[in-house]
Write a protein that binds this ligand. Structure first.
Ligand code: ADP
Ligand code: ZN
Length: 626
């Protein structure tokens, strides 16, 4: 099926997707694939991976090379991606277990005729004998244009989302060696990368590695005080009406937090594996389709959520490691607009995570690896220098601090005061040592701090601790500071917290600290100023709903609101999330520039030929009516 339409990538980018230029490595990746080369693409979330295979699929289809197969593990995502392609006028479909037989057969006919441009399939479906026979037939007729393997890290046991079905995908290469393949993932670490190359037989492939920096994400870690209240304040102060995700470790905490937020007037919904499948689906749909929903979830939620306008990801508990933190926070701000990665972190987090590793039945070697990963995350949480630098250096990337950056991390935005806690640490450790000397007793942090600060409590009296040489030796250090010191000592492995009562115990590595050989420079506990005053200065006060991504005057805001109302109608009619019809940024550009003709409208980013034809007149009418 040849067509007269252009096969040039930039023309396709412009006409079909309405974008003016490729981003980063996209152009190179696209060229390589169109020319028939294999590739492995490592690009952060929001980097624009989809276009890397969609543009080549269209180009190759226009050149008469038939259908591109896209392997994707996520059924919900397939539906929306196909919807977005159809909106852009590209013939696409998906095959998965949600379809009834007649629909499946219709799609198979379209595929076999070569009319389809892209077909999304679940991995288990692709390797069925029936599908392979169909692919053989397409291949014989030269109508198999390419294979795209999305979320390629699913093939790796090291990764966080291993899928058995992905292992069978190496047969694509054996069976159709001349059909180019592109594997894509946002998971960066070396081990997973090597695994993907080996298991998918991509040793000849070109590897494209993008920077993993997410420049529009502002990282912040706050000290847990009353975490729920802190979260509420964060949402009220900075994200009223915004869509966001709040991660909690346990199902119970998810339920409790969602209920509490709802009670406080936040549009929050729970999501975890303990909920009924139908409820989960309903909540996910609400999150994707409605505006400003806050999803409170365990990590069961999130993979493949490609909602572009998630404005914040909050962690109420410490994630497992930096990989998870990066993946989870990466779900914010796919649209490139400013977004927050916010985490509340405290002593209990450190203790819990350590204990979970210690008590797991895994082999000692595995536990050692996990401890190392936890340590790296703790260092990120405790650091008083740039979090972006730490994060990227973990993935082997060097970067400059984000101080000058528009969306700086908390430490760069407001450098924390530090204090030398070396002496304090020695005092704490020697006090624990004295407890132990004194009849082999152990105590938790609260009592330790009381003794250090010289407080006469019942417990102090009961154990005669006022008589210890360490009683009151740390009165000059505040309680909050002591908590930070203890947390640090545990995080750094000088102290261990044991048993039901979290009693503290020295580890062998405490010695150098006791001798004063280790310097501890800690951040002063303080509340970070609200960003609202700084970075987001100049934004219009909002009454309700979230603000547009561009500064708009009063009339502009009215136009933006009218466009959004119109978009909601279209989205409902087409059974798609609103952002699949048009992104907020596209609507805001229209509301600001007020294009008066179809030609002018065509210049707006995000409007391709099909959307112009389908909606152009309507949009002009909406704009004209305000
Ligand atoms: P990823 O899959 O890498 O997370 P997507 O493919 O979903 O990212 O792209 C993220 C967003 O960026 C999408 O909304 C997409 O339309 C947009 N985008 C991608 N490439 C470009 C480009 N060259 N110009 C403008 N917008 C783009
Ligand atoms: Zn920084």
């Amino acid at each position: 099926m040849t067509s007269t339409a252009s096969t040039s990538p930039i023309a396709i980018l412009h006409d079909v997707f309405g974008y003016s230029a490729f981003r980063g490595a996209q152009a190179e990746v696209v060229d390589h694939l169109i020319c028939g080369g294999d590739s492995l693409v490592l690009m952060p979330t929001g980097g624009g991976k989809s276009l890397c295979y969609q543009v080549p699929a269209i180009a190759r289809h226009r050149a008469g090379r038939g259908v591109a197969l896209v392997v994707s593990p996520l059924i919900a995502l397939m539906h929306d991606q196909v919807g977005a392609l159809e909106e852009a006028g590209v013939r696409a479909a998906f095959l998965n277990s949600t379809l009834l037989l007649p629909e499946t057969q219709k799609i198979e006919r379209e595929m076999m005729s070569g009319r389809l441009v892209l077909l999304y399939v679940a991995p288990e479906r692709l390797t069925t004998p029936r599908m392979l026979a169909q692919l053989d037939s397409l291949h014989e007729r030269g109508l198999l244009s390419l294979f795209a393997i999305d979320e390629a890290h699913c093939v790796s046991q090291w990764g966080h989302d291993f899928r058995e079905d992905y292992l069978a995908l190496n047969l694509l290469h054996e069976r159709y060696p001349d059909v180019p393949r592109i594997a894509l993932t946002a998971t960066a670490d070396d081990l997973t990368r090597a695994d993907i190359i080996e298991r998918l037989a991509l040793s000849e492939a070109r590897v494209f590695i993008s920077s993993f920096d997410r420049p529009n994400i502002r990282y912040a870690v706050v000290e847990k005080d009353d975490a729920r209240k802190q979260l509420l304040r964060f949402i009220h102060d900075e994200h009223e009406g915004d869509a966001g995700i709040v991660y909690c470790q346990s199902r119970k905490k998810v339920d409790d937090t969602a209920t509490w937020l709802s009670g406080e007037g936040v549009n929050a919904l729970p999501y975890h594996a303990g909920l009924d499948a139908a409820v989960r689906r309903r909540h996910q749909d609400c999150f994707l389709r409605d505006e400003g929903v806050v999803m409170v979830a365990t990590i069961a939620f999130g993979m493949g959520i490609d909602k572009p306008d998630v404005r914040f990801v909050a962690h109420m508990d410490l994630p497992k490691n930096i990989e998870s933190y990066y993946q989870e926070t990466g779900r914010a701000g796919r649209d490139g607009q400013p977004a927050d990665a916010w985490m509340a972190y405290g002593l209990a987090d450190v203790v819990n995570q350590r204990r979970m590793i210690d008590e797991s039945p895994a082999a000692e070697e595995f536990k050692r690896g996990q401890r190392g990963k936890l340590d790296a995350l703790l260092a990120l949480a405790e650091t008083h220098d740039c979090r972006r630098v730490r994060l990227l250096s973990y993935f082997g990337e060097k970067s400059a601090a984000c101080a000058a950056h528009q969306y700086a991390c908390d430490n760069c935005f407001h450098p924390p005061a530090t204090w030398d806690a070396t002496e304090a640490a020695r005092k704490a450790l020697s006090c624990i040592y004295r407890f132990y000397q004194n009849r082999g007793q152990r105590f938790g942090a609260v009592h330790l701090i009381d003794v250090l600060r010289g407080k006469s409590t019942e417990k102090v009296a009961q154990y005669g601790h006022a008589g210890l040489s360490t009683f009151g030796i740390g009165a000059e250090v505040s309680e909050a500071q002591w908590r930070v010191v203890l947390r640090q000592l545990i995080a750094l492995g000088y102290l261990r917290s044991e048993g039901e009562y979290n009693t503290l115990e020295l580890t062998p590595s405490a010695r150098p600290v006791l001798r004063g050989e280790v310097q501890l420079l800690l951040r002063q506990p303080s509340t970070v100023p609200k960003r609202t005053a700084g970075v987001r200065a100049g934004k219009p006060a909002r009454s309700k709903g979230k603000p547009p991504p561009l500064p708009l005057n009063e009339q502009g805001l009215a136009r933006f609101a009218a466009l959004k109302a119109w978009r909601a109608e279209v989205a409902r009619e087409h059974n798609l999330p609103a952002y699949v019809v048009f992104h907020d940024a596209t609507l805001a550009e229209m509301a600001q520039g007020v294009p008066g003709s179809l030609d002018a409208l065509a210049q707006v980013s995000g409007i391709g030929a099909k959307k112009l034809e389908a909606y152009g007149r309507e949009i002009l009418r909406v704009l004209g009516g305000v």
